[in-house]
Design a protein around this ligand. Structure first.
Ligand code: SF4
Length: 255
């Protein structure tokens, strides 16, 4: 699953390559196949591969994915959950968004409680987890040093998310954290979405309706990030995350 295939003939090595490859992907399977081949951001390529060689001690016997991470979940999802970028020893290790770290444990447990996920745990690409009516993705597909992609790296990666939105056509995007919120709004504006200026501020529970390039409406729903910093301190509780996911489902029914 998610392995590159022959139809994605050219490795994206520049921002123009990314834009071309994203636009040329006829469907989600093709997009998910080309994303892991990308090498357009030299700093991120070097970092993701270095992390995959140095490894964390607890994972020293594992082979890290060490490549860009495609979105994961229901191809016809009405709800998209968007973070900022893969975690170095989480998705960059396992090759699946939010899989293999504490943030993912918290997120998928909530998805399971609210009926979006088939199981409460997410440990590897072949653990049997399936998602219904939800897909998880990110504006930046490679793990960045210090969890901080540069504006140029976010811009270069933007067409992948733009194409994913066009192919999935979700009705609601749950945005995890203020950095993800800013990155997503900037990416959406660059991809032709009508984003107000000044940009609406992030907040937990904030809702923002945007019109897409084709006129379709999308609701952004802010949620504190599922990082340990938030979940260990109680800033984000399981009940709060459940409420956001339930709200996302209700919004889909009302739109
Ligand atoms: S961040 Fe995106 S554009 Fe940059 S190398 Fe990774 S997949 Fe390619």
């Amino acid at each position: 699953m998610n392995e590159p295939h022959d139809s994605a003939s050219r490795v994206p090595s520049t921002a123009d390559d990314v834009a071309r490859a994203a636009a040329a992907a006829p469907d989600l399977a093709a997009l998910d196949a080309v994303v892991p081949q990308c090498r357009a951001c030299p700093r991120l390529v070097a970092w993701r591969e270095l992390v995959g060689v140095e490894k964390r001690a607890a994972f020293r016997d594992e082979t890290y994915w060490a490549r860009p991470v495609p979105g994961f979940g229901d191809p016809e999802a009405q709800v998209l959950v968007v973070g900022l970028a893969p975690a170095a020893h989480g998705a960059n290790r396992t090759g699946r968004m939010f899989t293999g770290d504490r943030s993912g444990d918290f997120l998928f447990a909530a998805m399971h409680r609210t009926g979006f996920a088939s199981q409460a745990t997410s440990t590897s690409r072949d653990d049997g987890l399936t998602l219904t009516d939800v897909r998880v993705t990110a504006p930046v597909r490679c793990a960045p040093p210090a969890n901080a992609p540069t504006p140029q790296e976010r811009r270069t990666c933007g067409p992948f998310l733009g194409r994913e939105l066009a192919l999935v056509r979700p009705r609601v995007v749950v945005v995890l954290g203020g950095f993800g919120w800013q990155a997503l709004l900037t990416t959406l504006a660059e991809q032709g979405w009508a984003v107000p200026r000044p940009r609406p501020a992030f907040g937990h529970g904030v809702e923002l309706v945007l019109a897409g390039p084709d006129g379709a409406e999308l609701v952004l729903l802010g949620c504190f990030h599922v990082s340990q910093q938030n979940t260990f301190t109680g800033r984000l509780t399981p009940q709060m995350l459940d409420a956001v996911l339930v709200r996302a489902r209700a919004l889909c029914s009302s739109l």
